[in-house]
Design a protein around this ligand. Structure first.
Ligand SMILES: Cc1cc2nc3c(=O)[nH]c(=O)nc-3n(C[C@H](O)[C@H](O)[C@H](O)COP(=O)(O)O)c2cc1C
Length: 332
């Protein structure tokens, strides 16, 4: 196997090097988070949060905001929907907003999405899924990719219906497929069954296969490539728990001091403050502070303190005081 840090693959005309992608995470991978992860380094492809195609075409502000790039490339916008015409219009809006790739969501398990036949519900209706794929591929000149689960439920998994989908994608010009090998019924429980990624690779489709699911450490990323032969690795929660993960995959000797961790958290929170109003900033800061302060001396006390604060400026003040203390003690 070539060194992971030296490998690359193509999505259409775009070179993905390193072969690492940040997974779309609804309400997490916004512009600020993606820019923050890019700044740390090691990632090539980033993907927007899932954007509803219906919301995009009625110009909903929140949906339009999700299209914002993070300053780096390649950047994919992921659209969800089940009405081919709406998907096509949404894809055009995404392309015009600067997306390098349009990704179709065939994995979301949330019932408000699947009740509209979108997300993982498309896996139950290959004809409808094909109409959506055809409409989007025809509408844009960017490469179109798909991110999918392997089945709706166990019986569909046992029948390996996903193979029919993989062939349908090839026949309709899909430029890459990301496989999250869980069923919709599983939601996020159990293990991601990487054998389903390996089977997809063995089919030898024209497009690259990106593996996804349960990559938490640099060793997991290497193991996924070795065990499945996938072209790339997409990581979601692992990066939320450890924003330095991509960097560590690329550079095994990379170490993060507590000071650095606090410093980068402060920078990220400052980015959030620039982007959002006070209420939304606070909501986001509280979501991230638990993860980002893990392992820091006195972290649980710090988290309690931060949780009691209701002004982002006070939270930043608390983190800066901790940073100054760590600097004084040279603690890292
Ligand atoms: C909070 C959360 C939000 C997610 N939002 C999306 C989304 O918007 N689009 C999507 O395709 N997948 C979404 N996913 C699924 C992830 O992209 C990914 O497939 C899944 O978490 C498995 O990868 P991981 O183990 O690296 O996290 C989400 C997952 C979580 C936990």
């Amino acid at each position: 196997m070539p060194e992971l840090s030296q490998s690359s693959f193509q999505i259409g005309h775009l070179t993905i090097k390193p072969v690492l992608a940040l997974a779309p995470l609804h309400e997490i991978t916004d512009k600020a988070f993606r820019a923050f992860i890019r700044e740390i380094g090691g990632v090539s492809l980033t993907v927007s949060e899932m954007v509803s195609s219906e919301a995009l075409i009625r110009k909903a502000h929140k949906a339009e905001r999700m299209l914002t790039g993070d300053g780096g490339h390649p950047f994919a916008v992921q659209i969800a929907g089940s009405r081919p015409e709406a998907m096509a219009d949404a894809a055009i809006i995404a392309e015009q907003s600067g997306a390098d790739i349009v990704d179709i969501n065939m994995g979301c398990p949330a019932s408000n999405v699947t009740s509209c036949f979108a997300g993982s519900a498309l896996l139950r209706d290959i004809k409808l899924a094909e109409s959506c794929v055809k409409a989007v591929v025809k509408a844009v000149s960017t490469p179109v990719t798909v991110k999918m689960r392997i089945a709706w439920d166990d019986s569909q998994k046992e029948r390996s219906d996903y193979i029919d989908f993989l062939k349908m994608f090839e026949n309709n010009g899909i430029a890459a497929v990301t496989i999250h090998p869980r069923t919709r019924t599983q939601q996020y429980t159990g293990r991601a069954d990487w054998a389903f990624i390996a089977r997809a690779v063995e089919l030898g489709m024209k497009y690259p296969v990106i593996g996804n699911g349960d990559v938490i450490t640099p060793e997991d990323a290497e193991k996924m490539i070795l065990e499945t032969g996938c072209n790339g690795v997409m990581i979601g929660r692992g990066v939320l728990y450890n924003p330095f993960l991509f960097k560590q995959i690329m550079d095994k000797s990379f170490c993060v001091s507590h000071n650095k961790r606090i410093g980068i958290t402060i920078r990220f929170f400052e980015m959030l403050m620039k982007l959002y109003d006070e209420r939304e900033t606070l909501h986001k800061i509280k979501k991230f502070s638990g993860h980002f302060t893990k392992g820091i001396p006195g972290a649980s006390g710090l988290r309690q303190k931060l949780n009691a604060l209701h002004d982002p400026v006070d939270i930043l003040g608390e983190l800066k005081a901790l940073q100054a203390m760590l600097n004084e003690n040279k603690g890292n």
